[in-house]
Design a binder for this molecule. Structure first.
Ligand code: 13P
Length: 339
């Protein structure tokens, strides 16, 4: 394990004013997004759409890393250059989603366990050869009246830690992603308790597997009210509770925290990130974004499956990347959305 290399990669992924573009939707997830817009879900269309994303001029000003799906890491853009090459030219570090998805947790109806550890060592070695310098594994926790169960917390923490150790052994920076789903009508207090518990167990498991915290990036969900709740907490409360939780669980050795957007609206995700960065004058970690939907939704709609919309869609991608880049420095203002 080359710790210096891992550290410098992790730092570059979350360098000041930059975040991560999550464009690693699996083929079925991509189909869901395309279906909603009436776009045929073929490999050609996925290639076209992703070419639009990565060829956005100056995207590297605000994006330090891009998470790809297996298909894209091996693929070429519309004009025949490899996606990895284009990203490197934009000074965006290529990364790869390596989990094989959240499956039903045995004996725990309604709960999930993420799979993909079998053969992972070999897959990581190949991904490293193909140019990926970091990886992502997403664990999913559903909030319900009687869960997450202890079984769910322990199983997902263990898998995340085994994945992270395998990544580091292959000189790949692991993005460690415990996602508490927003689905439901739970309170922000409940979200706090579950998020804190999940993160605590993840850091215990990382320590017991010997993972070096200087060579990881944490990708958490924010502490936030359930999306169906009636009296949802406002931006300031989300920021306060999210930072309070992270302060209680994340050691300062971790170089960066890059949030997922998890179904928040584009502007909500940006405003929350900005508010978190404005709470204290200095934080122990870089606090930034690793958004999928909140960076892509508007641009995908603008593209709409038509290449003649590339330029207009790229303007939208650049705008969201810029707004979130500014939010990662606490310099975002809603008025900038229309400027
Ligand atoms: P969202 O920002 O759409 O939640 O996606 C981020 C991600 O990578 C989920 O694993």
């Amino acid at each position: 394990m080359d710790l210096e290399r891992l550290k410098s990669t992790a730092q570059a992924m979350v360098s000041p004013g930059k975040g991560i573009l999550a464009m690693d939707e699996s083929a079925p997830t991509c189909q869901k997004r395309f279906d909603a817009l009436g776009i045929p879900s073929t490999q050609e269309m996925r290639r076209e759409y992703r070419t639009m994303l990565v060829t956005t001029t100056d995207l590297g000003e605000y994006i330090g890393g891009a998470i790809l799906f297996d298909e894209t890491l091996r693929d070429q853009t519309l004009d025949g250059q490899s996606f990895v090459e284009i990203l490197n030219r934009q000074e965006i570090i290529p990364g790869i989603k390596v989990d094989t998805g959240a499956k039903d947790l045995a004996l725990r109806p309604g709960e999930k366990i993420t799979e993909g550890l079998d053969g992972l060592d070999e897959r990581l070695a190949e991904y490293r050869q193909l140019g990926a310098l970091f990886a992502k594994w997403r664990a999913v926790y559903v909030i319900g009246s009687s869960f997450p169960s202890n079984a769910c917390y322990v199983a997902n923490a263990h898998s995340l830690a085994r994945y992270a150790a395998l990544c580091q052994a292959n000189d790949i920076v692991p993005i460690v992603e415990p996602e508490i789903l927003m689905d439901g009508s739970h309170s922000i207090e409940k979200s706090f308790i579950v998020t804190q518990q999940a993160q605590q167990l993840v850091f215990e498991a990382l320590a017991s597997q010997g993972v070096n915290l200087e060579g990881i990036v944490l990708k958490p969900s924010m502490v936030i009210s359930g999306s169906d709740g009636s009296n949802r907490a406002g931006v300031d409360e989300v920021a306060i509770q999210t930072l309070r939780c992270l302060r209680s669980t994340v050691p300062p050795a971790v170089p960066g925290i890059a949030f997922l957007s998890g179904g928040q609206s584009d502007e909500e995700a940006t405003a929350h990130l900005n508010a978190i960065n404005n709470l204290e004058s200095s934080l122990p970690w870089a606090v930034t974004f690793s958004y999928g939907r909140a960076l892509q939704a508007a641009a995908m709609k603008m593209w709409g499956g038509d290449k003649s919309n590339f330029e207009a869609a790229q303007k939208v991608v650049y705008q969201r990347a810029r707004m979130n880049g500014l939010a990662s420095l606490g310099q975002y203002q809603p008025e900038m959305e229309t400027a």
